[in-house]
Design a protein around this ligand. Structure first.
Ligand SMILES: *[C@@H]1O[C@H](CO)[C@@H](O)[C@H](O)[C@H]1NC(C)=O
Ligand SMILES: *[C@@H]1O[C@H](CO)[C@@H](O)[C@H](O)[C@H]1NC(C)=O
Length: 330
């Protein structure tokens, strides 16, 4: 009996060693979330998008000025329109990239913020929060809140001090950045930001929200839906509620009604699997007891963050005009 047990134990050990050896040899990848990131078991991290750096500048086409600033352990890119005089609305923007990729300094976001600042004539702060997996969530939310407090401290930077009207500040973001913007709007609603500071509105472009239970026809694009879910699970391994975490599923969030502004604009794209969540977010916000106005614009025939991917398209130009007018609401 004893002999037999040790034989099978030996066999088991030999087999499992062989098995894990062959596994680690044949599959060096820990996880792969195309087209965002691949993480190897040896710790190597490969990002597929958003790695390029576009320097701050005076944009030759629009005259928009930009510069980079550092505070605490963070950085951000600030923008001012050409010939800024007096006070302008302030936009605080959070870039997308699935919590794993992109930056406030990539060509995509530099171009987007430059165009938006030119069209809307607002001052803007584009926040460079830390990314997973080096800095798993909730690091990005903590950074975003720190950046918000920095921008709203009045003396943060001469551009903000001289040109930002904090009584007209806005939040914006796309994809994962829209998720972060929404969370910041709740924080603003919870912590009164102080006299003279007023969050007027928020726009969410193709916001990244999820949930365990399927809504709409998410399984109609099962591959992309699975990738979206992997992003959350690997970006936030410490989340107890996973895909039903209130940070990612507004339907489970008891604080949803605390969104601290009166106007929310949600863009969804007709071919984006996240469109179901964008609509669901707006509906949940409407049911939450929040006393504001939420509007959903659905752009037919377009994919996730189409306006960032094809900024020169007619639909992106139309969206830019809507955003510019949203940021100048009296
Ligand atoms: C990690 O593994 C990948 C894939 O096998 C390889 O390309 C890379 O060079 C390795 N990096 C280190 C530091 O060993
Ligand atoms: C869900 O999406 C798939 C793939 O686009 C489509 O074939 C199917 O008809 C859709 N189902 C519904 C109920 O809309």
């Amino acid at each position: 009996m004893a002999a037999r047990r040790s034989f099978s134990l030996l066999f088991f050990l030999a087999f499992s060693t062989l098995h894990s050896l062959s596994q680690s040899q044949s599959d060096p990848i820990l996880y792969d979330i195309y087209p965002f990131i691949r993480v190897y078991k040896n710790g190597t991290i490969q990002r597929f998008i958003g790695q390029d750096f576009s320097p701050p500048s005076t944009d030759p086409a629009t005259g928009v000025l930009s510069k980079d600033v550092r505070f605490s352990h963070l950085s951000a890119r600030l923008y001012l329109p050409r010939n800024a005089a007096g006070k302008l609305p302030l936009l605080i923007y959070f870039h997308g990239g699935g919590f794993f990729t992109e930056s406030a300094f990539s060509p995509t976001y530099h171009h987007h913020l430059t165009s938006l600042v030119a069209a809307a004539r607002v001052a803007a702060v584009s926040v460079n929060y830390r990314l997973a997996p080096e800095h798993p969530l909730p690091a990005a939310y903590q950074d975003a809140w720190l950046a918000l407090q920095w921008a709203l401290s009045r003396s943060a930077d001469p551009w903000i001090k001289n040109h930002a009207d904090l009584g007209r500040f806005y939040l914006g973001g796309d994809s994962a950045g829209a998720n972060i913007a929404h969370r910041m709007a709740i924080r603003v609603g919870q912590d009164n930001p102080g006299p003279g500071i007023n969050l007027r509105g928020m726009f969410l472009n193709c916001p990244f929200f999820l949930g365990k239970k399927e809504i709409g026809n998410e399984s109609g694009d099962a591959y992309t839906e699975a990738q979206m879910r992997k992003l959350w699970v690997y970006a936030y391994p410490g989340s107890a509620a996973g895909l039903d975490d209130p940070l990612v599923n507004p339907g489970t969030d008891p604080e949803l009604g605390r969104v601290g502004c009166g106007r929310v604009l949600v863009y969804v794209a007709g071919k984006d699997v996240l469109r179901f969540r964008g609509r669901y977010y707006a509906a949940a916000l409407g049911r939450s007891g929040w006393k504001g106005e939420v509007k959903v614009v659905e752009v037919e025939g377009e994919s996730h963050v189409f306006n960032l991917i094809n900024p020169n398209s007619a639909k992106a130009a139309a969206m830019l005009r809507v955003l510019a007018s949203f940021l100048n609401h009296s």
